[in-house]
Design a protein around this ligand. Structure first.
Ligand code: ADP
Length: 244
């Protein structure tokens, strides 16, 4: 009985000692950890707040004032003009200026089929052709890109046979396929400006207008490359980009 009482008293003493030793920590900050933690949390809150305000200002600015420096920079970064062979580009997709059969032809179409190998023709046979102004996607086979988007540009007949609308639709449908498949880089040749004789400057205006519609709306988030075969073609695009 006496032993139990002593043990009980000891236990009470231990609890009491613990309570006393903890009290000062509860009542005031620990000399090292608490002020540091408090300073850090205030700093984080302040930074988050300032960053949030800056982000909001930039978003509102770029939505309502489209010709800001920020917005123009985004435009410049999103479209790149290059000169060279489109079949050599390491991008998510290259666009082929194909014909309605999708079974290969001359110009860029022939170059793409030759470089991709026979697998491409085999897959194209299963597609059942493609109407003018529309686009279809295939694998890229031996090419360094991942996909090929085949589009059929209009033949130039003087401009009164819906050529501008059909050419715009080529760029539009190809960009739509890129968006739907989450592609982040796409390279276009100068569609219809070879054997199909579309005037180069007019075609370039349509190409840029249509591509910018997709970039400006935010529907496409990636890089667009205009792959010109000649330096003269590239100069037309560079000139247009400088004046817009
Ligand atoms: P279309 O029948 O649509 O006019 P073409 O192939 O004849 O198609 O020409 C379209 C554009 O592709 C032209 O500007 C031509 O110079 C260009 N081109 C041809 N071969 C290549 C290539 N290997 N890479 C990039 N562009 C090319």
């Amino acid at each position: 009985m006496i032993i139990r009482k002593i043990t009980l008293m000891k236990m009470k003493a231990v609890i009491a000692t613990d309570s006393i030793s903890l009290l000062p920590l509860r009542g005031r900050h620990h000399p090292f950890t608490r002020p540091r933690a408090a300073t850090l949390s205030v700093a984080i809150t302040a930074y988050t707040f300032i960053f949030g305000v800056i982000l909001r200002i930039v978003i509102i600015f770029s939505i309502f004032v489209k010709n800001t420096w920020f917005f123009m920079k985004v435009k410049e970064n999103s479209i790149r003009i290059t000169v060279g062979d489109i079949t050599r580009l390491h991008v998510d997709a290259i666009v082929n200026a194909a014909n309605n059969t999708l079974l290969g032809g001359g110009g860029v179409d022939g170059a793409i089929h030759r470089a991709a190998g026979p697998g491409l023709l085999e897959e194209c046979r299963t597609l059942g052709g493609c109407p003018t102004g529309k686009s279809k996607m295939t694998s890229a086979y031996n090419l360094p890109c991942r996909k090929i988007i085949h589009t059929v540009g209009p033949v130039w007949h003087g401009g009164s046979h819906d050529e501008p609308e059909l050419l715009a639709s080529c760029y539009d449908t190809a960009m739509k396929i890129a968006e739907d498949n989450f592609l982040t880089s796409i390279a276009f040749p100068c569609i219809s400006t070879g054997v199909y004789r579309y005037p180069k400057r007019e075609a370039a205006v349509i190409a840029l207008e249509t591509i910018f519609k997709h970039l400006d709306s935010g529907a496409y988030n990636g890089e667009v490359i205009i792959c010109c075969f000649t330096r003269q073609d590239a100069e037309i695009y560079e000139e247009l980009l400088e004046t817009t």
